[in-house]
Ligand binder design. Sequence first.
Ligand SMILES: Nc1nc2c(ncn2[C@@H]2O[C@H](COP(=O)(O)OP(=O)(O)O)[C@@H](O)[C@H]2O)c(=O)[nH]1
Ligand SMILES: [Mg+2]
Length: 453
Amino acid sequence: MIDSRDTIAAIATAPGEAGIGIVRISGKKALAIADKVFKPKNGRKPSTFKTRTIHYGWVIDDEALLTVMRSPKSFTREDVVEINCHGGIIAMRRALDFALVSGCRLAEPGEFTKRAFLNGRIDLAQAEAVLDIIRAKTDSSLKLGAGQLKGFLSSEINTLRNSLLEALAALEANIDFPEEEITPADSGKIKKRLLKTREKLDAILKASQRGRVLREGIHAVICGSPNVGKSSLLNALLKQERSIVTSVAGTTRDTIEEIIDINGIPVRIVDTAGIIEPRDLVEKKAVSRSRRYINMADIVILVFDASRKLNSQDKALILKLKSKPVIAVINKIDLKQRIEKDKLAGYFKNIIFISARRLKGIDLFEKAITDFIYGNSLIIPEHALVSNMRHIEALKESGKFIDSALKAIDKDLDIELVSQDIKDALGFLDDILGKRFSEKLLDKIFNEFCIGK
Ligand SMILES: Nc1nc2c(ncn2[C@@H]2O[C@H](COP(=O)(O)OP(=O)(O)O)[C@@H](O)[C@H]2O)c(=O)[nH]1
Ligand SMILES: [Mg+2]
């Protein structure tokens, strides 16, 4: 086990060449280490510096700035110093090594954030939000993470908790009575409270689908016969050339994956080779890979060429993809149209007409994706959505125990039993906030972080 009271250090910025790089040190000895590592121009000792001040000086012979943040007003609530030095790998490594030999150890992944949690500055959902913010791929995903870090989600969970705590208090007021039965008046009150909590919990869970989409994105795969314009469509979406676009059939021999931002949704989009009958080993591999992507995909984008009649490959693809959610895209509408639209309309609800080359209809295509994901569901502000699978599972479990408590009341069961159900429901809400946690859970969460965060 790691001694959480020792002092830790790490490079907090991304490796590589950059204007500046930051070495972060946190713990009781942070200022004593700064005394050894940092030579301020004014000749004073960093341990005499006021909190939240910044100072010019040197680390060995490199110019640097030192920021001092004393406990408890720091990210970890411990004494923290940050050394801004030049961003080169060697410059940063040297500053870090100097700190390490001066009496601290290298931080574990996510350990600064873990300390912020263990020292009570943020709850567990907020700590998880830090990682979501770092990983956010779109503006909306960022808003989601930022809202969670600010505590919007935590405050929703706390509302649920308080509501359950009230029900519990009302229930336990009955325990002193000899019959150990709930008075009818109280029983009505407690039921009402539990039902209201259940309702609110359901609303949060319902909106979580959108939260998950924003946090994790969706998987889309582009299929279609060779030469219909699959790569051109991906490029039109990327608005930059990425995969090779050419008029030779079967150029995209393998798959290409990109993450694109479609109205705030991170869409992982794979451009497949579009081969049905492989001619060689390379194509065979490409076909089996496409099949895997198709199985995994939330949505398939099936592209057709407007300028020709449906061929056997198109038809084979239509049959193969019948059971998947498909957006059919008819491309090359800038050319004379020969495709049998009526036939396609019999297969697909969603047909979008575009010209990937002329960048026509791309916005309609993007709207089709957004509609597919959100349907007509109400748009709830990003900042209050549940997006993390761990939170969703805990909410579901909590809901089960609320249901069980309600049933127990209806059946006039012992107060103890009802009370235990409510306590279990509370326990799962506590899991979300980290009021209750295991070492194993913390390891799982923080091991996903990088060192220095
Ligand atoms: N006229 C026209 N040609 C297009 C359009 N989209 C793609 N093409 C052309 O069709 C050919 C095949 O495109 P590509 O994207 O490589 O098809 P893929 O095999 O399905 O990936 C290329 O010559 C493209 O320039 C379009 O909207 N209009
Ligand atoms: Mg292609």
